[in-house]
Design a protein around this ligand. Structure first.
Ligand code: C2E
Ligand code: MG
Ligand code: MG
Ligand code: MG
Length: 270
């Protein structure tokens, strides 16, 4: 097809595309090296209840790149997913989160905290996923009941039966499951009912304008009601103002996460 367009448009040699491709493979190599050199670390963001009390944290990966400084996941998770590097990276994330959880469980102020870990489609679909989680728990000595795994709707839609089986296997050991960015995917309600979940997280895109956009307000309130009907916890993500918190609380949401309560920071700065 490229040939048919004439010799000057051979798309493989398009300089812009070639530049993009080599930037990608440079980044891929950097990620690979970064995993070997332990350049990835976790920041933690508090999740609070209605009284403002910390119930736990979400672990969010960061890359301390030797030249580029601190890099956020949006810049490397997509490529890590495309290249399969998310598997070793995800394993490091799980190990680090479980090790931190085990440490917190030794201290009176933090002993009942939960730690939530984000998991990508590829990690979850891997046949060894359940084993990897259980290994990370066992090796760290962390309590499975204090570990939550955050999945997304699209990830779960890929192979529903396999996903449910994995969730059941881990839930039997005490691990909790949360549906992240809820409302942005396409899951049907009948399907949602079948999933062995513990929690829904209202996506921050509905929280942002919850006070000014009646549609966002309606969606946020519907998610709260849905969670209540299904017997699930509900957490609002991206809460930045007291007004948003107050509105959500008044409408039945009792757990919050967002800059209002704290940004993601290293464990020792929490
Ligand atoms: P997420 O799991 O939905 O995480 C919430 C994101 O919202 C985080 O961005 C967090 O820093 C940001 N956030 C929290 N509170 C507020 C707020 O009040 N306002 C605004 N504007 N943003 C807020 P972050 O850390 O850049 O992570 C982005 C996404 O990358 C995460 O979205 C998650 O999907 C993915 N991710 C992060 N860590 C991991 C990981 O260890 N493994 C995998 N597979 N994905 C990860
Ligand atoms: Mg998350
Ligand atoms: Mg989210
Ligand atoms: Mg997300």
């Amino acid at each position: 097809q490229a040939k048919a367009q004439g010799r000057n448009t051979l798309c493989f040699f398009d300089p812009a595309m070639q530049a993009a491709a080599s930037a990608r493979s440079a980044l891929e190599g950097d990620i690979r090296l970064g995993i070997e050199r332990n350049e990835f670390l976790l920041h933690y963001q508090p999740v609070v209840n209605a009284a403002g009390h910390r119930m736990g944290v979400e672990a969010l990966v960061r890359w301390h790149h030797p030249q580029r400084g601190m890099v956020s996941p949006g810049e490397f998770i997509p490529l890590a997913e495309q290249t399969g590097l998310i598997l070793p990276l995800g394993q490091q994330v799980l190990r680090m989160a479980c090790t931190q959880l085990a440490q917190w469980s030794q201290q009176p102020d933090t002993c009942d905290w939960t730690v939530a870990v984000n998991v990508s489609a590829q990690e979850f679909r891997h046949p060894d996923f359940v084993k990897r989680v259980l290994d990370a728990l066992r090796e760290s000595g962390a309590n499975a009941h204090q570990l939550k795994i955050e999945l997304t709707e699209s990830l779960l839609l890929q192979d529903v039966e396999d996903g449910i089986a994995k969730m059941r296997a881990l839930r039997e050991q005490g691990v909790g499951f949360s549906l992240d960015d809820f409302g942005t995917g396409y899951s049907s309600l009948s399907y949602l009912k079948r999933l062995p979940l513990d929690q829904l997280k209202i996506d921050q895109s509905f929280v942002r304008d919850v006070l000014t956009d009646p549609n966002d307000a309606a969606i946020a309130c519907t998610i709260v009601t849905l969670a209540q009907s299904l017997g699930l916890d509900v957490v609002a993500e991206g809460v930045e103002t007291e007004g948003q918190r107050e509105f959500l609380l008044r409408n039945g949401c009792h757990q919050f996460q967002g800059y209002l309560f704290g940004r993601p920071v290293p464990a020792d700065q929490l």
